[in-house]
Design a protein around this ligand. Structure first.
Ligand SMILES: [Zn+2]
Length: 314
């Protein structure tokens, strides 16, 4: 039997339900699968950033296809974590309090809705999790090349990176983040995990969905939980241990000079900032040789907004 957050599943059982959380009026659509052989528990989250759609259909399809009779361990699929943001077209944060589940951990038992939701994950989900997979899809104005983040300099770095190498993702980015869902879980709860990025612009394209779904099955195989006909990887992914995240130091109109997945040379123009009348404010140049991973397409940016992320060739 598998007991999680007030639910009980028998071996070989699959349940779809709205999982009650301790956040006020917050229920999460979930599929729970209890395997017939004991093993690891994999937790998959889609849309902690609402509007990053591709993870949701991938989770729906994988949850439908996986036969719990052939499963080792347990899977908890969260179909759409930021549910209110999803239905309200409130891109990214929780509409209730602008809590960002990818940067605002830890939670709090008596905090805002987002803090309470994060706290529920810490209390009810993380202690049961052996691996955490978090599916993203670029932001509404962020264009990206498929990539993933793994927790660097953590107790679970090697385990996370080994899983990353088994997935069909060309660029693996070492992350020092500490306060996102997967990064907080990795550093505080020692749960290996990955954040996958695929797609952009609040679009939902079939090939992006298929990419996320393929990686769910490749991860299940890597973890020894489930076999599938998924063809193995036929290339070696590139690891970026050092990535520069260029941010704007002023408010303005941002005109990028690069695209995603483009080699850059030290000193190359990455983009420029103008005021609303078209007067130049700033020009931004690459600090080293590397490759762009994602960039903000424009146009309005505030001080501190992300502009371009590029991995460095060392
Ligand atoms: Zn995201």
């Amino acid at each position: 039997m598998w007991h999680i957050s007030g639910e009980t599943l028998a071996p070989g059982e699959k349940k779809q339900l709205l999982l009650k959380t301790s956040a006020p009026n917050y229920e999460l659509p979930a599929t729970l699968l209890c395997g017939t052989t004991p093993g690891k528990t994999l937790v998959v989250t889609a849309q902690i950033h609402a509007g990053e759609y591709n993870g949701t259909p991938a989770v729906i399809q994988a949850a439908r296809e996986i036969d719990p009779q052939k499963l080792t361990g347990n899977i908890l699929f969260f179909h759409c974590v930021n549910s209110n943001g999803f239905w309200q077209h409130h891109w990214r944060t929780l509409p209730e309090d602008h809590f960002n589940l990818n940067s605002d951990y830890p939670g709090a038992a008596d905090g805002t809705v987002g803090q309470q939701l994060a706290y529920w994950f810490e209390e009810e989900i993380f202690p049961q999790t052996d691996f955490l997979l978090d599916l993203h899809g670029g932001s509404v104005n962020e264009v990206l090349s498929p990539c993933l983040f793994y927790p660097a300099n953590a107790d679970v770095t090697e385990e996370s990176l080994a899983a990353a190498r088994a997935l069909d993702v060309p660029y693996l980015i070492a992350s020092m983040a500490t306060s996102g869902e997967y990064s907080y879980a990795a550093r505080t709860y020692r749960i290996p995990g990955l954040l996958l990025e695929r797609g952009c612009g609040a679009f939902c394209q079939q090939d992006w969905v298929a990419g996320h779904k393929r990686n769910i099955f490749l991860l299940l195989r890597h973890l020894g939980m489930y076999e599938s006909a998924e063809p193995p990887l036929n290339y070696a992914p590139k690891i970026y241990t050092h990535t520069l995240y260029l941010e704007s130091d002023a408010k303005g109109l941002w005109y990028p000079a690069v695209q995603e997945n483009e080699p850059v040379k030290k000193g190359q123009l990455l983009g420029r900032l103008e005021d609303i009348f078209g007067h130049p404010l700033r020009e931004f140049y690459a600090e080293g040789d590397g490759r762009t991973l994602y960039y903000t397409a424009g146009l309005a940016v505030a001080k501190g907004d992300a502009l371009v992320a590029y991995g460095l060739e060392l």
